[in-house]
Design a protein around this ligand. Structure first.
Ligand code: GLN
Length: 256
């Protein structure tokens, strides 16, 4: 691959950022970044660049100073052991994350961090990892792993494609809306056919893959929301859709 981005490319400002630059914060890339989750940040950056916006990628790992002026927050998945490693640090930055969430900052939270934005995660061996309670949900580790390709439908985003691999079974509180209804796979748990959660400008999901390359409607929701909050408008045109459409078709045709 000649066009694979180098580490320097990922943090450098793109050539054309004439419309302004969004600051995208990736939470815990060392521990919470599996099954290609970092690709979500690359999609946001590329979709901004096509439109003449810049993206400044900020990475926050345990012990770092929490950055100011965050426009989008992105968090990925991780092993139960990784979730244990970050738990104390996550509690330390919880007030900042709560403030950002309640203020309407767009966030994409995948799998392990989706679980930890809830109230708590009791793993299959009985360890209780406290969450930060932004999302009214509980997760319990089951004996069965929920693994495979997922298709789910949402009124807001259409058909959503991704890949799940988790033992946690997540149950939403009465007032919290799921992101989508599952038509293939499990999603939040093995009973309800719900996938993810939707709160304020947060999109939370079990789906890896990465999620955003195959689901540009979600990417553009995050970008539009962030740009309108920061600049008062969003210049949406200019995107090259020639890769996302075949990727969605391919993903939809995969077996469970
Ligand atoms: N460790 C969590 C679970 O198994 C999250 C897994 C993930 O992020 N893929 O439920």
């Amino acid at each position: 691959m000649t066009d694979a981005p180098s580490a320097a490319d990922l943090t450098a400002a793109p050539a054309d950022s004439s419309k302004g630059t969004l600051r995208i914060l990736q939470l815990y890339p060392r521990e919470m970044n599996i099954y290609g989750d970092y690709g979500n940040v690359l999609v946001l950056k590329q979709r901004l660049a096509w439109r003449g916006y810049g993206a400044e990628i900020l990475e926050y790992d345990a012990g770092d100073a929490f950055p100011d002026d965050v426009d989008v927050v992105v968090g990925g998945g991780g092993q139960d052991s990784g979730q244990v490693v970050i738990q104390d640090d996550l509690q330390a930055i919880a007030p900042r994350l709560r403030e950002l969430a309640e203020d309407g900052t767009p966030m994409l939270l995948i799998c392990g961090l989706y679980q930890l934005f809830g109230r708590s995660f009791r793993t299959h061996d009985g360890t209780v990892i406290p969450g930060i309670g932004v999302l009214d949900l509980e997760t319990r580790g089951g004996t069965e792993r929920l693994i495979g390709n997922v298709v789910a439908t949402s009124e807001e985003f259409g058909e959503i494609h991704g890949y799940e691999n988790h033992s946690g079974q997540t149950f939403l509180g009465a007032g919290l809306e799921p992101l989508a209804t599952v038509t293939k796979g499990a999603g939040n748990n093995s009973e309800e056919k719900h996938e993810g959660a939707r709160y304020k400008n947060i999109v939370a999901s079990y789906l890896h893959g990465s999620l955003l390359p195959k689901n540009p409607a979600i990417a553009d929701f995050l970008l539009r929301t962030a740009a309108e909050r920061k600049f008062g408008s969003f210049a949406a045109a200019g995107v090259d859709g020639s890769r996302a459409d075949p990727a969605r078709q391919h993903a939809g045709a995969r077996p469970r």
